[in-house]
Design a protein around this ligand. Sequence first.
Ligand SMILES: [Zn+2]
Ligand SMILES: [Zn+2]
Length: 88
Amino acid sequence: MSDLVHGRASTYQHRGCRCADCKKANTESQKRANHRRHAELVAGRVHPEHGTYSTYCNYLCRCGDCRAAASIAQAAFAAARKVKAAQA
Ligand SMILES: [Zn+2]
Ligand SMILES: [Zn+2]
């Protein structure tokens, strides 16, 4: 018995459904949220901490500090993936 409505970000986030439709809806909704936050950032209405990977991702900030933080984080992810691959 299930009353889940699929293809919705809320089903993904609140009901924990990981079906392809809900995943896609969630990705789209995150993307929209990021663009909304980016618009707020550009408008000067929000002041997230710069030089962090989360600001780079969530606010689509591409200032020098956030880009530097992102490249460090991405290098760390790549290194972690390599370690995992070597262990497999
Ligand atoms: Zn679903
Ligand atoms: Zn920034």
